[in-house]
Design a protein around this ligand. Sequence first.
Ligand code: SAM
Length: 283
Amino acid sequence: MELWFTEKHTPYVRFSIKVDKQLYSGKSEFQRIDVFESKEFGRILTLDGYLMLTEKDEFIYHEMITHVPMSVMPQAQKILIIGGGDGGTAREILRYKTVKRIDLVDIDATVADVCRKYIPQTGASLDDPRVHCHFEDGLKYIRHYENDYDIIIVDSTDPFGPGEGLFTKEFYGNCYKALKDDGIMVNQHESPFYTEDAYAMQRAHKRIFASFPISRIYQAHIPTYPSGHWLFGFASKKYHPIEDADWDKWEKLGIKTRYYNPKLHAGAFALPNYVEEIVREVE
Ligand code: SAM
């Protein structure tokens, strides 16, 4: 018998990974959570049937969502992660000894518990004393903060289900308010390739562009996400993502990365023409 995990990327495209076994399956108050074991990608976390991470390629996503803003502001001390209950983003931030505190706000405590147990590669970071987990809706949490965080990383699910509120104007406006005067917000920005995903990413960019003086998009290749071509948003009150990156300082930190490097950081902001067009349309 063959077992396969299959995700629908569009009504006409499916992506499948052969799995050896299902390690966990459960339903929390918010979503269905599954963990699979596979030969090619190692352990796989899915929420409501959508692939969140695999042990083999999570480093790409987590390095790119973390080291791009951290190399622009290597002096950052107080970081907020919204979503990210798998712990991968927290793990990357913990590599900066200068960071004093990470608040991680995920709506679903079960995701964190499942990752601690089944995917310690990311989940173990959640038990670090610098990481403070808050299990509540990020949309509500952010309303109570002003001038507080250096960097906010929005490591959310897609813009439907519990993650929907994290793609709204209200949310981006409140992130702006919660950031210090030179603060940076980075978010996972969906894919530009398939029509529906491209629409979601354009709508998110329109809202972020209207909320921050500096708003740019960068890309990475993530093999297990729809189309493999994934975008991130870089929004900032003051710093330009390339001109203000302090790569000498970053390199002196000696952080060993597998995907991220300063040249790639600069190159990641050079978008293909069809993506530029989608983005420009709403600027
Ligand atoms: N890297 C992933 C991706 O793009 O597929 C995101 C992974 S991370 C597991 C996403 C997390 O966002 C989930 O743990 C989910 O519980 C959390 N989440 C969804 N909606 C949320 C909300 N409104 N507030 C806080 N966390 C939320």
